[in-house]
Design a protein around this ligand. Structure first.
Ligand code: FES
Length: 168
């Protein structure tokens, strides 16, 4: 009887040893995706998209902006006798001493402003806001001055002005 028990214990130990060897040889299998796993992944992706959709307007609201690369526009001298040059984005006034480039985007609702040569001021065609040639607000409904852009005078070796470099 004791011999039978010993024999069976030995057989059991051998089987366990074979089983362990087989388990070590088998590559670890990836668990099959279940419906629950797929649903969890979908919910995670939707959550990430909703979070991104909420964060973007929040960043816009807080005034976070990505700085864009500066754009350079060269205006050749001399300017016309009236002393100004209008481009799509700015109006350049040569001025008596320092040139100034004023934005053409109205600070009220964004219409493109025009320089009225005969009246010597800038006027918006949409709601008639008026600005001086330095961009100062003269008359609403706009509430802010027109922004200005840096202007660099370009001259030749004799000191004669050859052009203006406006940085937008
Ligand atoms: S958009 Fe210029 S005054 Fe309204």
């Amino acid at each position: 009887m004791a011999a039978d028990t010993r024999h069976w214990q030995q057989v059991q130990a051998e089987n366990q040893e074979k089983l362990n060897r087989l388990r070590q040889k088998q590559p670890t299998q990836q668990p099959r995706p279940t419906r629950r796993n797929i649903l969890v992944k979908v919910i995670q992706w939707v959550g990430a998209l909703v979070t991104a959709a909420l964060i973007y307007p929040l960043l816009r609201f807080t005034g976070y902006t990505i700085k864009r690369k500066p754009r350079y526009v060269t205006v050749s001298a001399p300017l016309p006798a009236s002393g100004f040059h209008a481009e799509q984005d700015f109006i350049l006034f040569a001025g008596s001493s320092t040139p100034i480039a004023v934005s053409r985007t109205c600070t009220h609702l964004g219409c493109r402003v025009n320089y009225l040569e005969d009246k010597k001021f800038i006027e918006c065609p949409c709601h008639q806001s008026r600005f001086s040639t330095e961009g100062k607000l003269l008359h609403g409904p706009a509430k802010k001055d027109l922004p200005s852009f840096p202007v660099e005078i370009q001259a030749d070796e004799t000191g004669k002005i050859t052009g203006y470099l406006v940085t937008l």
